[in-house]
Write a protein that binds this ligand. Structure first.
Ligand code: GLN
Length: 479
């Protein structure tokens, strides 16, 4: 078996057994990154990765993440490695510090191979809003990998790395994981420090792992959670993330969200999700229907709150504090020219929407109402969790769509996150795992739980994964 076919846990075992070295692993994965048939990477740090691998190989004892390579979404700052957040605004930007979550993984022995492509400032669901390139879905190069963390998802599905990091504001880890046939997890809001994550919508943004197995996702997560003095919204993690071992769902009550199984869900997606609910019952779970009456208002709520927050967060990109100034006769013209030229159309649309929603006179009509709806959604989830342990739904209502299919229709693009956004608004943890194929393309099952239920979620996902035995190899990698 080629080294890049091993999961991260298998790579760690091979390292522990002395069957390979970190340098061999890094070289094997770099070869796949160099070829980059899916255009997943924006920057590659081959020299840095090799140097770090040599250092780790020379240590008397391997650190817990052993010297296994990883890819990082370009929204996360990495010291001295160009970090653009998919925007021309930050072209060539080399941060002076590394995001806490990446720092923690590096301290645990992960080796950063490079930075992955994304929708500009994490706004989008297909990675087509990147200012640099399209990333291709490893299952079908004519289709999108999902977004906004499309590069991170595609790099794992393509086996350029065993795992990667993404960020999820409304679905940007779970949806691309679903479209690329891999595992993606958004933890509880506040679980992982956002220090060094280029902010999109701060009441929603969360970092999380992509991997090909639930076990690997847990291994990454356990090294990232916990309070960071540099991020006042980060939380002390109660206990620790354990490596999941469950093989059944005895005693687990699963609620299927009615509103997220209806209109707009492709028949093939619904069939795969229903089949996996059957598998969950076979594993001992009780599966019951659950209603979240406001879930479908989530999308409208999100598209007021997220743009409102982004209009504030992106004010710093003015060519003076951050970004490249385009000189003009006076300061106002310079701001306008810089922001007008260097932001892409979706980012400008969001900033305008958000500025409008926050304008005095409209504030309560839009932002205030959206906040009230958000509270309603939070309460509906709390109510649901008084009767069930987990909520199940499709992750995405459709499989990967063709490149270019939705770029002219923002609303169609926004619909990609209809199932993931309610969970984000409620700040809850959720995992997407591949649960089958529809028309030869992967379908994702989303499992969500109450705040801090990560261990239970990972265990349940592990049991389902074992029973489904989904083959994560895209057709092109089957030899
Ligand atoms: N697709 C959603 C958006 O465009 C979610 C993005 C995200 O989670 N970063 O805002």
């Amino acid at each position: 078996m080629a080294l890049r076919d091993l999961t991260a846990a298998q790579q760690l075992a091979a390292l522990a057994a002395g069957e390979t070295t970190s340098l061999e692993l890094v070289d094997a994965h770099l070869a796949a990154v160099d070829a980059d048939p899916v255009q997943a990477f924006l920057a590659v740090d081959a020299d840095g990765a090799r140097a770090r691998a040599r250092e780790i190989d020379a240590l008397p004892e391997r650190p817990p993440l052993g010297g296994v390579p990883i890819a990082i979404k370009d929204a996360l700052s990495t010291r001295d490695i160009v970090t653009t957040s998919g925007s021309r605004m930050l072209e060539g930007f080399r941060p002076v510090y590394t995001a806490t979550c990446v720092d923690r993984l590096e301290a645990a022995g992960a080796i950063v191979l490079g930075k992955t492509n994304m929708d500009e400032f994490a706004m989008g669901s297909s990675t087509e809003n990147s200012a640099y390139q399209n990333t291709l879905n490893p299952w079908d190069h004519e289709r999108v990998p999902g977004g906004s963390s499309g590069g991170s998802a595609a790099s794992v599905a393509e086996r350029q790395v065993p795992w990667s990091l993404g960020s999820d504001t409304g679905g940007s880890i779970r949806q691309p994981a679903s479209l690329c046939g891999i595992v993606g997890m958004k933890p509880t809001y506040g679980a992982i420090s956002r220090y060094g994550l280029i902010a999109f919508a701060s009441s929603l943004d969360q970092v999380g792992p992509f991997a090909r197995t639930v076990e690997d996702a847990a291994l990454l997560l356990r090294h990232m959670v916990g309070r960071d003095p540099m991020d006042s919204t980060s939380l002390d993690w109660p206990g620790e993330i354990t490596v999941p071992t469950a093989t059944d769902l005895a005693g687990v009550r699963v609620g299927v969200v009615d509103e997220l199984m209806g209109e707009g869900v492709e028949p093939g997606v619904r069939a795969a999700v229903e089949a996996s609910l059957g598998v969950m019952e076979d594993l001992g779970a009780t599966v019951v229907p659950v209603s979240l009456p406001s879930a479908l208002s989530g999308l409208a709520t999100y598209y007021v709150i997220a743009p409102a927050e982004c209009s504030s967060n992106l004010a710093r990109f003015d060519g003076i504090r951050y970004g490249h100034p385009i000189p003009a006769d006076n300061l106002l013209d310079q701001y306008e020219l810089t922001r007008g030229e260097l932001f892409g159309p979706e980012v400008k649309r969001r900033i305008m929407l958000g500025t409008f929603a926050l304008a005095s006179g409209y504030y309560d009509q839009y932002y205030g109402r959206a906040q009230r709806l958000r509270t309603l959604i939070v309460r509906e989830f709390a109510e649901a969790f008084s009767g069930v342990d987990l909520l199940a739904s499709p992750t995405s209502p459709t499989v990967a769509f063709p490149l270019g299919d939705r770029t002219a229709d923002p609303y169609a693009m926004y619909m990609a996150d209809v199932c993931t956004i309610p969970v984000s608004l409620a700040g809850l943890p959720a995992i997407s795992l591949p649960c089958g194929l529809a028309d030869g393309l992967p379908v994702g099952l989303q499992l969500a739980g109450p705040a801090f239920s990560e261990n239970r979620l990972l265990d349940a996902a592990h049991a389902v994964e074992g029973a489904l035995a989904f083959d994560t190899r895209p057709p092109g990698l089957m030899t």
